[in-house]
Design a protein around this ligand. Structure first.
Ligand code: ACO
Length: 326
């Protein structure tokens, strides 16, 4: 039986470090508020003009190709998750594919907000398990700073830029790789988390620019409640469905929107916090890139056969959990 397994991880974060201290000079906030309420100390920002998500995604994917030594001509598909595509069209995936010179692949974007990585990974694993594809690159690339209003203290402290990439390959080895997933979408999320303009309902105009409608709109308290409930339920489902106890789990890699959300999810699953990979303190919320960036940061800790649970939540609402044997 053919299964799918992650065989390599790449990542990229821009050099510019935006600290809480610098943000407190831009809006009415403080290091103390951000640290205690959200758990972020600093985040990376892509400051160079004219560069978008594809630039960071390409860097992460290039590093992945270099590290794995895989022949680019053998890549079957490239899936890119992004909330901040370079352009409404063409897809960011087609731009990255062109820059990487993948000659025998097809590429497409997935728009699943902060859940994009696990939705894209689910897609890649299913494609490989079908037997039709052998090597797929999943990239999550986010220039969140391009949709953040740096005059709004409720959102501007939360987000950062970055990209992660993984190679997913076919394996016939038993007992490793993809094990299970539980994915759900709940359309109730629209009023609480969205961007008001720039889409087909409200195309860009002088009005939308003047009224600052091209930025993230979030009702944080409501989103917080849904995020804790859904991510906890999803992890609970995955553990029970696979007979996993807290002891059996080696790592949980959660989407990083708020350290308090991560703490609550870990507590509900009885998991000690040192089994949870956390990067929110130094990268902030990089939307769909948080999970592959945590894998990239902690690659040396991930050992073959480890029981790894991924879980994410984002605008939509989209949420889910996945169980991998590394
Ligand atoms: N600095 C100082 N004070 C602030 C700041 C700030 N940066 N931001 C808000 N406040 C104030 C508010 O104005 C409010 O003041 P008030 O009581 O006088 O009205 C007070 O702090 C409390 O505000 P809350 O919104 O209740 O703060 P909360 O503890 O809920 O934290 C946060 C806000 C961090 C946004 C939290 O609600 C959260 O993490 N929500 C979930 C985010 C999430 O999971 N998003 C999904 C993924 S993102 C995606 O998909 C794109």
């Amino acid at each position: 039986k053919i299964n799918a397994i992650i065989t390599g991880v790449g990542g990229y974060v821009p050099d510019y470090v935006l600290t809480n201290e610098e943000l407190s000079r831009m809006v009415d906030t403080s290091d103390e508020w951000i640290t205690t309420r959200v758990g972020i100390k600093e985040r990376r920002i892509l400051t160079e003009e004219g560069l978008g998500s594809s630039y960071m995604g390409r860097k992460a994917a290039k590093q992945l190709l270099r590290k794995t030594g895989v022949d680019p001509d053998t890549i079957d598909a490239l899936i890119v998750s992004t909330t901040t595509p370079d352009y409404p069209f063409p897809s960011t995936a087609s731009i990255i594919l062109g820059k990487l010179g993948l000659k025998n692949a097809f590429a497409f974007d997935m728009s699943c907000a902060c859940c994009g990585f696990i939705y894209a990974l689910e897609q890649a694993c299913s494609m490989i398990q079908s037997g039709r594809y052998k090597k797929i690159i999943v990239v999550s690339a986010e220039k969140m700073s391009s949709i953040v209003d740096y005059t709004d203290r409720q959102t501007c402290v939360l987000f950062g830029d970055g990209a992660g990439a993984v190679l997913v390959e076919a394996t016939e080895e038993e007992g490793i790789g993809f094990q299970d997933s539980f994915m759900r979408t709940d359309g109730a999320g629209l009023p609480f988390l969205h961007m008001k303009a720039g889409g087909s309902v409200c195309p860009p105009s002088h009005f939308t620019v003047d009224h600052r409608l091209h930025y993230i709109y979030q009702e944080g308290r409501n989103v917080f409640r849904y995020a804790v409930t859904d991510m906890s339920d999803d992890v609970d489902y995955i553990m029970k469905h696979n007979g996993l106890t807290a002891e059996d789990v080696n790592w949980v890699i959660p989407h990083e929107a708020n350290l308090r959300i991560i703490d609550a999810v870990a507590k509900r699953a009885d998991l000690p916090i040192d089994k949870v990979m956390i990067n929110i303190d130094h990268y902030g919320n990089t939307s769909s890139a948080t999970i592959p960036l945590a894998m990239w940061d902690n690659e040396a800790k991930l050992k073959k056969g480890d029981n790894v649970i991924l879980t994410a939540f984002g605008a939509g609402f989209v949420h889910g959990a996945m169980y991998l044997k590394w």
